[in-house]
Design a protein around this ligand. Sequence first.
Ligand code: NAD
Ligand code: TDX
Length: 355
Amino acid sequence: MTRHLLITGGCGFIGSNFVRFIRQTRPDWRLTNVDVLTYSGNLENLEDLTESDDRYRFVKGDICDRAVLHPLITEADAVVHLAAESHVDRSILDSRPFVQTNVLGTQTLLDALRRAQANDGRPRRFVYVSTDEVYGSLPLDDPDNKFTEQTPLDPRSPYAASKAAGDQMTLAYFHTFGMDVAVTRCSNNLGPYQFPEKVIPLFVTNLMDGEKVPLYGDGKNVRDWIHVDDHCEALLAVLERGQAGEVYNVGGNNERSNIELTLAILELMGCGKEMITYVKDRPGHDRRYAIDASKIEADLGWKPTRSAWPEALRETVDWYRANRTWWERVKSGAYRDYYKQQYGARIGAACACED
Ligand code: NAD
Ligand code: TDX
């Protein structure tokens, strides 16, 4: 069946990988990518997809804007919702854009879907891309303890709280209005096109510039790493085969402490431990995340195939080494000119969240 999929946030890290993944795996589908191009939205991430591809369309628009969403949702068959403010440290500096996009933006999308369904009687599946951070923090001394879908939500950063609100709002629209929604909660992604504020691209690009890497606190915090391609496979599985009203954990079964990750990056980069600088800890820094993904494996037959360690890390480090022009243009801000060149409009002007 040919489908028309609306992807929100398709110019970000996971979104751009997901757009490319769908293009390759479901070549018949029409894709619309709505993205307002905040600082982390980069059209150069999708440079290879051109407007001459009549099955792909980019729309610069804000998910908080009902007028933008209405026509896009009317014509779509399904929505995968990735658009978000995504960086924990930024949410500590200013939580308002997180509430605006992650909570109100999600609610605006859900209402637009509800209205479209009321108008034409056609249900549209909505996949909300949540995060393992909604579960809060696990202790280091209990390795068998992992997040399951039954773990109570306990978000501890403004970012996680805003994602949990969007996640719960999505499920509320299933219970209250019978809408066709599903939620995924994935662990830390690695791969190409990640904004170099996140730990892996930040550390690799710092080292390439001869700068030290800032490790927070004692470096013992643990994250559960998954390759972005495996996350994309999981999103497609939930979109196509997930049950309405269900939550699916997604993880790569790759728990690594930050110091372990840092030492592995240093080795791949041919650098020594003297390049580490221990800095003040992130306030409220969650100690450990670990995902039990047995439900999606049993129910939907999904399994990670690209997340093997250290291959996934080596491949990712190699990508940033080979794509210096991409990240230099991000770090210098030059990437923001690309939209102006392609579309001739002022970037950021449409983002209500920047008010
Ligand atoms: P990202 O910051 O790289 O990309 C976010 C994208 O959303 C950007 O292109 C941005 O321009 C767009 N956007 C932001 N506000 C918008 C708005 N109001 N209207 C339209 N577009 C807007 O983030 P990411 O790392 O790719 O994460 C994507 C999603 O996956 C997020 O919802 C995040 O919470 C979730 N997630 C991320 C990870 C991870 O490890 N990166 C893990 C689990 C879940
Ligand atoms: O400079 C740094 N030094 C450092 O030690 C940075 C940026 C991070 N860290 C640590 C903090 C975390 O323990 O590395 C770990 C990973 O940090 P981030 O890359 O900021 O990711 P995290 O906070 O774990 O959140 C990510 O995974 C879950 C994404 O940013 C979220 O969007 C996703 O929901």
